[in-house]
Design a protein around this ligand. Structure first.
Ligand SMILES: [Zn+2]
Length: 175
């Protein structure tokens, strides 16, 4: 699976063609630009305003291990030498690829949640909430890049871009 490919979230599944009136809305969503902002580039009060979503992990309340309840909308994988993650991987490419596969697993199991761990279910709920407010979202906050992104963008360097693509795909499927 190529991490830079967008739009194949449904690979292996048949996708029903959108009705004409919905295809405009789909195109709008797919081309909507969202700002990706580094946490230190936004003022703290801003991160709690509507439309701005913090997507980093929270500092774990456990000293001995990362507590998955502190994941927020963060990436459970990290390639950095940090204990503040659930799974360590070797490099950014792997980090993004694993995240994409894992997020896809959650979405696939939306209706068979017994296959997910409790903390994965909680992540899925956060993802579904993001989908439900997607129209009002203008900024995703993380730690890695300052950029703008939409689903046409093939240059992926932050998990928030994958998260966004997945949310756009999820909403588009239900128009
Ligand atoms: Zn990031």
């Amino acid at each position: 699976m190529d991490i830079n490919q967008h739009g194949d979230w449904a690979s292996g599944r048949s996708v029903r063609a959108p009705r004409h009136q919905n295809s405009t809305r789909k195109l709008e969503l797919e081309s909507k630009l969202v700002r990706i902002a580094k946490l230190n580039h936004v003022s703290k009060p801003d991160t709690t305003t509507a439309g701005m979503i913090y997507c980093g992990r929270h500092r774990s309340r456990s000293f001995s291990h990362f507590n998955p309840l502190d994941l927020g909308l963060g990436n459970p994988y990290s390639h950095k030498r940090s204990k503040n993650c659930i799974w360590q991987v070797n490099n950014l490419d792997e980090c993004l690829r694993c995240y994409r596969q894992w997020l896809w697993k959650l979405i696939q199991n939306e209706h068979s949640q017994e296959k997910l761990a409790d903390w994965e279910r909680m992540y899925l709920y956060r993802f579904l909430h993001l989908c439900s407010i997607l129209d009002g979202v203008h900024t995703l906050v993380c730690f890695c890049v300052n950029t703008s992104h939409n689903t046409k963008n093939t240059h992926i360097s932050c998990h928030t871009q994958i998260l966004w693509n997945a949310a756009v795909w999820y909403v588009s499927q239900r128009l």
